[in-house]
Design a binder for this molecule. Structure first.
Ligand code: HEC
Ligand code: HEC
Length: 110
């Protein structure tokens, strides 16, 4: 009986260690938050120029990061390999509008 209890204890400890290892090293990093809405004046921007157009203001380029100082820099996880230095968007982030809906009530900006 004692051996059975010890064996069960060992199994339990191993299971806990496996779970810790999974969450520490293997599980995908949780998103830091919800994608912020794009401001109302962004209506039709994605339809106008897609991710490349967004990049002209929010991306890392010759004019700085972000290129439009009044905008917010894209989080580093929006870039290939999670690095600003790539100056290339992660393919999974190209459809900006699927995550960043425009605040309702916006008029299309000129
Ligand atoms: C002409 C420059 C410009 C373009 C092009 C542009 N943005 Fe913006 N964006 C801004 C500015 C300026 C702000 C305002 C930042 C603020 O008021 O805090 C902003 C704010 C945002 C925000 C809110 C950020 C936050 O933290 O609240 C999101 C999301 C966003 N833009 C997404 C996009 C997407 C997606 C596109 C392409 C469809 C795009 N933007 C195109 C200039 C631009
Ligand atoms: C798969 C969903 C997803 C896609 C696609 C996506 N984003 Fe985001 N974005 C997020 C999330 C979530 C955040 C909040 C910060 C974080 O958790 O990384 C964010 C944050 C931002 C911010 C705010 C940065 C700040 O500091 O406030 C901007 C600007 C932005 N994204 C622009 C874009 C643009 C432009 C594109 C397209 C090139 C895009 N995003 C594509 C999910 C997405």
């Amino acid at each position: 009986m004692k051996k059975v209890i010890i064996a069960l204890l060992i199994i339990a400890i191993v299971a806990v260690l496996c779970a810790l290892a999974y969450f520490a090293f293997l599980a995908p990093a949780p998103q830091t938050g919800m994608p912020p809405l794009a401001p109302a004046d962004h209506a039709q921007r994605f339809e106008t120029g897609g991710a490349d157009y967004c990049y002209t203001c929010h991306g890392n380029g010759d004019a700085g990061n972000p290129q439009d100082k009044d905008s917010k820099a894209l989080p580093e996880n929006h870039y290939v390999d999670g690095s600003y230095d790539n100056k290339a968007l992660d393919p999974g982030r190209m459809m900006c509008n699927t995550c960043h809906a425009v605040t309702p009530g916006g008029e299309a900006a000129e």
